[in-house]
Design a protein around this ligand. Structure first.
Ligand code: UT7
Length: 331
């Protein structure tokens, strides 16, 4: 079989209409708008309306990605939804999206790798193209984190936001598309980002709710340290795999967690901040949606052109991390 790389041929996003400013967040917890802005780079985020769940944002992003690829839903062979905030534990949010797209029989599954979910899902999806099993794969990152936040917890409530991004993967032209991927995980750091109740370990009980165990918990400084170490490693590793130098890379599309993390990575790697796409100021940290949303905006701003080498890089709960190097294929 003729093995082909996978290329992104369409990107779409959905960000909810409601904007929540730092001043508004500061009404619920002991913080200030200035603290949030100066320590994270975030000034506002989008919040889903009460009737919007992950599949509702995901399906809009998916439809836009398909339109931008010049395709319709019936062309899709497989849907992978990366999400840490699925509509429900099961059925998979990807199956709910499949139904909303009016499809039947199309394969669909969820993938959970925290904020690295989109990188993991893109890597997995690319193998279905490379193996020749499928020709068109939808990869969606979608999150409604606001629903799992303790708004009194200033560690988490100040950074997260809601949104979705989707891409279409199809066989690439020779030399284009995804050139290398690396993934990693360290389960010993699982406690630093977790949602304790609602799974088989700790069902949701009145006691769990009273102790706020059904809400997102984070050890911010530990995650910060982990990201500062792993992001440079993952970028270097993925470029070593494709034998490409950092100088050849024109743009890095990172997970949008904290501007200070990106500034530290830029310093350590001796890269200009101009090489990083930064949009957390407007959306906060949207977990597995942050990279496709940033990619969409970079394309809309004309910052990615045919033949450009770009690196997508993410990190998050698990702990997990990963990077993808691609040579951009424009239509
Ligand atoms: O997507 C992947 C998951 N998450 C992340 O990547 C998050 C990574 N971590 C972070 O972004 C940062 O750790 C936070 C933004 C969560 C916290 O920032 P930090 O600079 O690491 O703060 P810290 O926890 O080290 O606390 C520094 C000081 C402390 O005060 P003292 O002891 O120096 O007086 C905290 O009590 O800042 C205080 N503090 C706050 N003050 C106002 C911590 N959070 C806040 C807050 N508002 N929200």
């Amino acid at each position: 079989m003729d093995k082909k790389n996978a290329a992104i041929t369409g990107v779409g996003i959905c960000v909810p209409n409601q904007v929540l400013t730092n001043d508004e967040v500061a009404k619920y917890t002991k913080t200030t708008a200035e603290w949030i802005e100066s320590r994270t780079g975030i000034s506002k985020r989008r919040i889903a309306s009460p009737e919007q769940a992950a599949s509702d944002l995901g399906v809009i992003a998916a439809e836009q990605a398909l339109t931008n690829a010049g395709l319709s839903a019936k062309d899709v062979d497989l849907i992978i939804a990366a999400t840490a905030t699925p509509d429900m534990l099961f059925p998979a949010t990807a199956c709910i999206i499949q139904h909303k797209l009016g499809l039947k029989n199309t394969a669909a599954f969820d993938l959970e790798a925290g904020c690295s979910g989109f990188i993991y899902a893109l890597n997995v999806g690319s193998h279905f193209i490379t193996s020749g099993q499928y020709r068109t794969v939808l990869v969606i990152g979608t999150e409604v984190l606001s629903r799992l936040l303790d708004w009194e917890d200033r560690e988490t409530s100040v950074i997260m936001g809601d949104g979705a991004g989707a891409v279409v993967l199809q066989p690439a032209l020779p030399g284009y598309g995804i050139l290398s991927c690396c993934l990693g995980a360290d389960g010993s750091g699982g406690e630093y980002l977790r949602l304790p109740a609602g799974g088989s370990r700790m069902p949701i009980t009145h006691q769990a709710i009273d102790q706020k165990m059904h809400l997102f918990k984070m050890n911010g400084p530990e995650v910060f340290r982990f990201a500062m170490q792993k992001v440079p490693e993952a970028i270097n590793q993925v470029l070593a795999l494709s034998q490409t130098s950092l100088e050849e890379v024109s743009l890095i599309v990172p997970h949008q967690a904290n501007l200070r993390i990106l500034e530290a990575v830029a310093r350590v790697m001796d890269i200009s901040m101009d090489k990083f796409i930064v949009n957390m100021d407007r959306y906060g940290n949207t977990s597995s949606a942050s990279i496709p949303i940033a990619l969409y905006e970079a394309l809309a701003e004309g910052r990615i052109n045919h033949g450009d080498h770009i690196v997508l890089t993410g990190f998050g709960a698990g702990l997990t991390w990963g990077s993808i190097h691609m040579c951009w294929q424009a239509k």
